[in-house]
Design a protein around this ligand. Structure first.
Ligand code: COA
Length: 146
């Protein structure tokens, strides 16, 4: 049974615990957000945190959609996509990404961007299977304190 997708609208212990489980499966350097940080994320205009919930009620995955208006139009990015290892391969990430694309489309967004390291094979396969196309561009990052 595919996961049910919902937008996180309030922070409770369940949501906090889900991020404590999920973030280490996404990043080895970033700690999970605490409840105050989660509340701030959810309250930020243009930021939508989608959660995937299994049949038994467990939160098994997450994806964040950020929408913004810039001079060239309304745009969006998808970040922090992760599904609990025990629940992978059952369509949760696909359902999360489709929900984010549906929301972006409903908002009149022109393009949705994301990045994924080539070594993340499952993720790259997922995005391409949903119609994301590889762009010819250089991705740069400036790190403070590097
Ligand atoms: C990438 C990730 C989110 C996929 O989650 P998932 O719920 O298992 O993915 P789904 O079951 O929805 O699979 C959707 C598609 O992804 C691809 N995919 C999923 N697992 C795959 C794997 N092990 N190998 C290759 N492709 C895979 C397939 O195209 C699949 O579509 P299909 O089932 O029709 O073939 C999950 O593996 C994960 O959390 N990985 C660690 C964190 C990460 O890499 N996040 C992405 C950051 S950019």
């Amino acid at each position: 049974m595919p996961a049910t997708i919902e937008e996180a609208t309030e922070v409770d212990l369940d949501l906090g615990a889900a991020f404590v489980r999920l973030i280490p499966q996404l990043s080895s350097s970033s700690p999970a957000p605490d409840v105050d940080q989660l509340a701030e994320i959810i309250a930020t205009p243009g930021t939508t945190v989608f959660m995937a919930r299994a049949d038994d009620g467990t939160l098994i995955g997450s994806l964040t959609l950020v929408t913004f208006r810039i001079p060239t139009g309304l745009r969006a990015i998808i970040e922090d996509v992760v599904v609990d290892e025990a629940a992978r391969g059952q369509g949760a990430a696909k359902a999360l990404t489709k929900a984010a694309l549906a929301k972006a489309e409903s908002l009149g967004i022109k393009t949705v961007d994301l990045t994924s390291r080539p070594s993340r094979e499952a993720a790259n396969q997922l995005y391409q299977s949903l119609g994301f196309e590889l762009r010819e561009t250089n991705v740069y990052r400036f790190s403070f304190g590097a």
